[in-house]
Write a protein that binds this ligand. Structure first.
Ligand SMILES: [Zn+2]
Length: 318
C-alpha cells in the first residue's frame, strides 16, 4: 500500500459487501455461474499470490477450486464489479492448487506490497475465516453449526441459535505531553528496542474513551484526558479492530512514567528530534499499521526523513 502520512480511512471503501444478496438461497450457485466471479484461496491464514513478492492476489476462476473447508461471499469490488468468494482450503487442496509455498503469503507480508483492493479483500477474508475456524459449535448446546447467509452466519439446528461474526475492539492511542512529545512503550513480547504507541482491549461495558484513559494509566502510569478519535484499522490477528485515538497528558512538564512491568517493560517520551537522532537503535511499527500512521502523522512526515520543524499537529498548538 502507499505509505501514509495522514490518517485517512485505513482501508478505503473499495469492496461492496453486498449484504442484501447473502440471504438468497441459491447465492453460491448464482455466483459460480457468473463468469466474472473469482475465488480467493486461503490456506492457514495465507493467500495465493501471483508471484513470490506478494504484489497481487491470485484470484482464481471457480473451475479451479477443489474441496473447501468453508466459503464466504466477500462482496463485489467496486472498481471492477468482480464478485469474490473466499475459500479456506485443506492442506491437500492448497498443495494441489499451488505446491510452491513461496506463492502463499501472510497478510503481514502483503501489507506493504498489495494494492488497496487486494489488501481489503485479504483482510476481510482472513477475518471471517478466522471466525469460522474458532466458532464451529453452538455456544448454547455444543452442536456443530451450519454455515448460512453466504458465510456470514452459523446456525444451530437443535435450538435455532444464530451465531454472528464477532470482532474484538482494541484502542490504540497517541499520548502527547505539553511539549508535543509522544509517549511510546516497549512490549514484553516484542524484540529488543521495538517501540510503539500504547494499545489494549476494550472491556465489556466500557466506552472506547474510558478504555483509552484506563489502558494508558495501567501501562504507563500517565494520566491522560480528552481522547479524540483518529481512525481505525481491522486487525484480524486473530479478530481485532484497532480504534485509533489521540489524548494529552494531564500533568505539565516532565510527566513521570511507570511501565506496568508485565505487558509493557519500558515507556518514555520522545520528541521528534529524539526519534530522529535514535533512529538507528529504534524499531518502530511496520508501515502497513495504524500505529505507524498515527506516529507518522504526529511526526509530520516520513519517519526516515528528518523532522520538519514547521509542521506541527493540532495537539501541540493548544
Ligand atoms: Zn445449539
Amino acid at each position: 500500500m502507499t505509505r501514509r502520512t495522514a490518517l485517512e480511512p485505513f482501508i478505503g471503501l473499495v469492496v461492496d459487501r453486498d449484504g442484501a444478496r447473502r440471504s438468497r438461497p441459491e447465492l453460491f450457485d448464482e455466483l459460480l455461474a457468473d463468469p466474472a466471479t473469482r475465488l480467493l484461496p486461503l490456506w492457514g491464514g495465507r493467500a495465493l499470490m501471483t508471484d513470490s513478492s506478494a504484489t497481487a492476489l491470485d484470484l482464481i476462476t471457480p473451475d479451479r477450486q477443489t474441496a473447501a473447508l468453508v466459503r464466504v461471499y466477500l462482496g463485489r469490488t467496486i472498481a471492477g464489479d468482480v464478485p469474490v468468494i473466499a475459500v479456506a482450503l485443506t492442506d491437500a487442496a492448497a498443495a494441489q492448487l499451488e505446491p510452491d509455498e513461496s506463492r502463499w503469503a501472510t497478510l503481514r507480508a502483503g501489507g506493504d506490497t498489495l494494492g488497496e483492493v487486494d489488501y481489503a479483500l485479504f483482510v476481510e477474508a482472513v477475518a471471517i475465516v478466522n471466525w469460522h475456524e474458532s466458532h464451529t459449535h453452538c455456544p448454547r448446546c455444543g452442536t456443530p453449526t451450519v454455515v448460512e447467509q453466504g458465510g456470514w452466519v452459523r446456525r444451530c439446528f437443535v435450538d435455532g441459535k444464530e451465531v454472528f461474526p464477532r470482532t474484538d475492539p482494541a484502542i490504540i492511542v497517541r499520548v502527547v505531553d505539553d511539549a508535543g512529545r509522544i509517549l511510546l512503550g516497549s512490549n514484553a513480547m516484542w524484540e529488543n528496542n521495538r517501540w510503539s504507541i500504547l494499545a489494549g482491549f476494550v472491556e465489556p461495558g466500557e466506552p472506547f474513551e474510558a478504555a483509552v484513559i484506563r489502558e494508558v494509566q495501567e501501562e504507563s502510569g500517565v494520566e491522560c484526558t480528552e481522547p479524540r478519535y483518529l481512525g481505525s484499522q481491522p486487525w484480524p490477528f486473530p479478530a481485532s479492530v484497532m480504534i485509533g485515538f489521540e489524548a494529552r497528558a494531564v500533568a505539565q512538564g516532565d510527566v513521570p512514567t511507570t511501565p506496568d512491568g508485565q505487558e509493557i517493560l519500558a515507556v518514555r517520551w520522545f520528541s521528534r528530534d529524539e526519534l530522529w537522532a535514535e533512529r538507528d537503535d529504534l524499531k518502530l511499527p511496520m508501515s502497513a499499521s495504524i500505529a505507524h500512521a498515527i506516529i507518522t502523522e504526529w511526526y509530520g512526515g516520513p519517519l526516515d526523513e528528518p523532522p520538519v520543524q514547521a509542521v506541527r499537529v493540532e495537539s501541540d498548538a493548544r
